[in-house]
Design a binder for this molecule. Structure first.
Ligand SMILES: *[C@@H]1O[C@H](CO)[C@@H](O)[C@H](O)[C@H]1NC(C)=O
Ligand SMILES: *[C@@H]1O[C@H](CO)[C@@H](O)[C@H](O)[C@H]1NC(C)=O
Ligand SMILES: *[C@@H]1O[C@H](CO)[C@@H](O)[C@H](O)[C@H]1NC(C)=O
Ligand SMILES: *[C@@H]1O[C@H](CO)[C@@H](O)[C@H](O)[C@H]1NC(C)=O
Length: 440
């Protein structure tokens, strides 16, 4: 009897302890978000990241495959929490940098410190890169329960690279750098996963309009869009592949690609496989070929022979519809009135990217809204472009931004897989439908 009572009171006190401690610390957020807009003049996807002490919102262009976040440290970088990454440090090694700035001749400032790990920020819009000091600073992100934004949380030591002001050329107005969401240790998603202790995955949902907001989620789902649809429940998964050789415009020897590659094995139009050389779809030992996803290429770019096969098959399947004079950079255009219209855009044959082989195949279907581009009020063109001959575009198939708008893509780095939704317009929602109103 005595022991029983003792046991019970022990349980009660344990229970009390537990409830007291859980009352004191609110649950740690499992996900964070950034809102994304499409810039009308450059078509770049932009976000604002609160960084530094005191915090300032830093306007950035999103580059899905780029290795890290870089910002202009030359003009207007003021922060009491800025810390350069020393040469030879673990962070420097894991960034795969092969350069060290032993002494900087100017007075010390962000971007100019002695004995600092150096990396190479790249601007894909002007195809230019420079040297830059690798550094760390505070970043703030808004938490989310997947339905609404919540409170801001700050974390120390988020790694980024410092660039000179001149590297901002070609970026949208007031943009101060590039948010590289690439797959690597210094990639922003991995930095966020470590700093904010969330799952090593993120999801992007880009809007097609320049007047609405899309969203990037870091960490776990749900991803709920009005009217209350959790898009994570609809995702179809396919493996992500590593390319052993960097596909960036500048890199250190031995750096692997930080781009996200998927295993497209064939392409179908209207259900029929188009004849292409499938060797071009596999990644070679020297990093050529394969299929990657990009937010900086506005339209899907195909190696010339694939481009020719695709356009030929597309034209054939719409043989009854008269074509109109093409509008560059496109070659296949129609009058809007000659094509019907559906919930998922112009009534054109769906283009299927077949993923995987044999009986495990899955298809990412590109419907009219993502395949056709309105070049003016009357003309719609097939929104794919010729990327040049055999391996000249290093990667044979680059899925561009127009093709992923209003699709949710989840990059699960830890599980090495991509979750894709296909067009959300089918499911009566869109990337513009995230509810950005905070809960009271
Ligand atoms: C780097 O070291 C040199 C020599 O020790 C010194 O003169 C210079 O001021 C230092 N520069 C910075 C940026 O700390
Ligand atoms: C397919 O492409 C590969 C790589 O460019 C090339 O070596 C091969 O000869 C091509 N095959 C055909 C049938 O054209
Ligand atoms: C594919 O189908 C064959 C025959 O139906 C079956 O034996 C095999 O296990 C399947 N493979 C996979 C990966 O599902
Ligand atoms: C958006 O979220 C807010 C806060 O939870 C809520 O009050 C509002 O009703 C939501 N809007 C819609 C259209 O559901």
């Amino acid at each position: 009897m005595f022991t029983k009572i003792k046991f019970e009171s022990l349980l009660i006190s344990l229970f009390l302890l537990f409830s007291l401690s859980s009352a004191k610390t609110p649950p740690r957020p499992r996900a964070f978000l950034l809102s994304v807009t499409k810039d009308a003049s450059t078509k770049q996807y932009l976000t604002a990241l609160p960084q530094r002490t005191p915090r300032v919102p830093v306007k950035l262009t999103i580059d899905l495959g780029q290795r890290f976040l870089w910002v202009d440290c030359e003009k207007g970088y003021v922060s009491s929490t800025y810390k350069p990454v020393p040469c030879g440090s673990v962070t420097c090694k894991r960034s795969l940098s092969a350069a060290c700035v032993e002494s900087c001749i100017d007075p010390p400032s962000p971007g100019c410190n002695n004995n600092t790990c150096s990396h190479i920020p790249y601007n894909p819009f002007i195809r230019t890169s420079t040297g830059g000091e690798l550094a760390q600073d505070i970043v703030s992100l808004q938490s989310t329960d997947g339905m609404n934004p919540g409170k801001f949380v700050s974390a120390n030591g988020v790694v980024f690279d410092c660039a000179p002001n001149s590297l901002l050329e070609g970026l949208a107005k007031n943009v101060k750098g590039i948010l590289g969401l690439g797959n690597g240790y210094v990639g922003f998603p991995t930095q966020i996963a470590n700093a904010f202790r969330v799952a090593r995955k993120f999801a992007i949902c880009l809007t097609s309009s320049t007047t609405t907001r899309g969203v990037v989620f870091f960490g776990d789902s749900p991803y709920v869009f009005l009217p209350g649809i959790d898009v994570s429940k609809r995702l179809v998964y396919t493996p992500l592949f590593k390319n052993p050789v960097s596909t960036s415009g500048s890199y250190f020897e031995g750096e692997p690609s930080t781009d996200y590659f998927i295993g497209v094995t064939s392409i179908k139009i209207n259900g029929n496989v188009i004849p292409i050389n499938t060797t071009l779809l596999t990644i070679t030992k020297d990093g050529k070929g394969g299929t990657k996803i990009s937010t900086v290429e506005p339209y899907t770019k195909l190696e010339t022979s694939i481009y020719n096969a695709l356009t030929k098959a597309f034209v054939k399947s719409l043989a009854k519809v008269p074509r109109v004079k093409p509008v560059a950079p496109f070659k296949v255009c129609y009058n809007r009135r000659s094509l019907g219209s559906t919930r998922v855009g112009p009534a054109v044959p769906p283009i299927e990217l077949v993923l995987g082989s044999k009986n495990t195949t899955k298809s990412w279907t590109i419907w009219g809204v993502n395949s056709m581009v309105a070049v003016n009020n009357e003309v719609l063109c097939l929104g794919f472009v010729d990327g040049g001959v055999e391996f000249e575009p290093t990667t044979s198939l680059v899925i561009g931004a127009h093709q992923i708008e209003d699709n949710l893509l989840q990059f699960d780095i830890a599980k090495k897989r991509l979750g894709f939704s296909s067009s959300l317009l089918f499911g009566q929602t869109s990337c513009a439908n995230f509810n950005f109103t905070s809960k009271a």
